[in-house]
Write a protein that binds this ligand. Structure first.
Ligand code: AMP
Ligand code: ZN
Length: 476
């Protein structure tokens, strides 16, 4: 598989540290509000990567943090604490807010078929790990104490910027964010590992540390949680593109300074979901959630389908018109699948050729839009229903669009409708009586009679369709 690596800026052949095994770390949500569908685009695409690696035979161990402390409204060390902001807004404690929005996040993931990682770890449960790593960074000379806080000293590194080459001027975060710059920092790019001089007197979550009562910076949590569960060598680290700088850049700085060697090989970044007025963001307050989509009549699968139609390295524009198009396309697709029947044996040659097509698409840096095209190629293929259904079930192990389940649901709904409304049309009543008679004939193993009824109806322009849920019909 070829996977784009933001660190090398090339599509490289994916090779894990240990043959057959992949360690994967995903930056989790900051749980001070609902996840918006932009955040969820990132989690959907990471889910595809996770599932595709499993589909390709790798044993994947995936870890995700839950940010419940330390993330300030600026990704640098300025602004208000996001969790505190959420708690104030809802007149609750920080831990109540964290619990509520963590549960909501996983409900959204479930609705979107996003697999829960093997390990999900809140930052607040790893404070001792953070302190241990920060102590070691101080000992090694990579960190310093100033004004009561502990900072990482970026001037100690040969190369700090991994993903981009920023000018010092770009890092005038204080100016950019409209808040005062931190005068304790020796270098503009330095970042906080541990706060004791909190700007917020009402900071709720505080812990004892060798440097006084305080709380961790945001970046240290991902390095420590990843190393705790996945060891010193990480295969893949993912996140949205906004995480590349400063968050991931700082993670690399502190992890490699601590370990004394290279830490993670692959950096996978998902581009943003934007609206016409710019990036969808929680801090702007106006954002769309999965529940809102559902209320407006969009199955969460339609959103997943919408995301898969474009490549993860291109930004995606959300509009209701685009959602409507995705809904029409998804429903049509399900209706086509609903007409397929288990009508014989799977044609292995066709199966292998179509599957190779699907693999080729995903092997090329997770080209999900071509993988979706592979579904339509299956539907158009010159083969029987059984082969098509087997292929679609196979592709759906990765795409997870509920293709087979929703097609069966549609068929069940259709037959329930036919059963529910007794028709006053004599022709319809006759068809239904004959379907019933055919069912009885089959039960009595009188297949000749059952076939006679089918052929008789066919001669009158009525095609019978046998499904797992019963027999429906089509009038020509
Ligand atoms: P947060 O909860 O703000 O820490 O973000 C959770 C994840 O969503 C991170 O990986 C972000 O990079 C990602 N993210 C934030 N905004 C967007 C967006 N508009 N589109 C896609 N991903 C996003
Ligand atoms: Zn992170």
């Amino acid at each position: 598989m070829y996977l784009y690596n933001s660190a090398t800026k090339t599509k490289d052949e994916f090779v894990p540290h240990e043959a057959g095994k992949v360690s994967m770390y995903t930056c989790g949500p900051t749980v001070y509000h609902f996840a918006h569908i932009g955040n969820l685009r990132t989690y959907i695409m990471e889910d595809i990567l996770d599932r595709y690696l499993r589909y390709s035979g790798y044993e994947v161990t995936r870890v995700m943090n839950i940010t419940d402390v330390g993330h300030l409204t600026s990704d640098a060390d300025t602004g208000e604490d996001k969790m505190l902001k959420g708690a104030k807004r809802e007149h609750k404690t920080v831990m109540e807010i964290a619990k509520f929005y963590t549960d909501k996040f996983f409900e959204d993931c479930k609705a979107l078929n996003i697999r829960r990682p093997e390990v999900v770890e809140p930052a607040t449960s790893c404070i001792d790990d953070f302190i241990r790593v920060i102590e070691s960074l101080l000992e090694k000379g990579y960190a310093y104490e100033a004004g009561g806080n502990i900072y990482f000293d970026t001037s100690k590194l040969k190369q700090y910027y991994v993903f981009h080459n920023f000018e010092e001027e770009d890092l005038a975060v204080g100016v950019r964010e409209g808040v005062e710059e931190d005068g304790n920092k020796r270098n503009k790019a330095d970042f906080v590992l541990w706060f004791t001089k909190s700007k917020f007197d009402d900071q709720e979550l505080k812990w004892n540390s060798p440097w006084g009562v305080g709380y961790p910076g945001w970046h240290i949590e991902c390095s420590c949680i990843s190393m705790k569960h996945l060891g010193e060598y990480l295969d893949i680290h993912c996140g949205g593109i906004d995480n590349a700088f400063p968050h991931h850049t700082n993670e690399i700085a502190q992890s490699e300074a601590y370990l004394g060697h290279k830490w993670c090989n692959w950096w996978v970044h998902v581009l943003h979901l934007n609206t016409n007025s710019g990036k969808m963001s929680k801090s702007k307050g106006e954002f769309l959630t999965v529940s809102l989509l559902t209320e407006k009549g969009y199955d969460p699968m339609v959103y997943r389908f919408f995301c898969l139609q474009s490549h993860y390295r291109k930004s995606l524009v959300f509009s209701w018109e685009n959602m409507d198009n995705a809904k029409v396309a998804y429903n049509k697709l399900i209706a086509r699948i609903a007409t397929l029947k288990e009508d014989g044996d799977v044609d292995k040659a066709v199966f292998d050729a179509q599957k190779a097509n699907f693999i080729k698409a995903l092997d090329n840096d997770l080209n999900t839009s071509l993988a979706v095209t592979a579904i339509y190629d299956v539907l158009k293929a010159d083969t029987n229903g059984a082969t098509k259904l087997a292929l679609l079930a196979d592709f759906d192990k990765v795409l997870c669009l509920d293709l087979i389940e929703n097609a069966a649901k549609l068929n069940a709904e259709k037959s329930a409708e036919t059963e529910a409304v007794p028709s006053d049309d004599p022709f319809i009543r006759e068809i239904e009586a004959l379907i019933e008679a055919r069912k009885e004939a089959k039960k009595a193993k009188n297949y000749a009679e059952a076939d006679r009824i089918r052929n008789d109806l066919a001669a009158r322009g009525v095609t019978l369709i046998d499904t797992k849920e019963g027999t429906t019909y089509k009038i020509d």
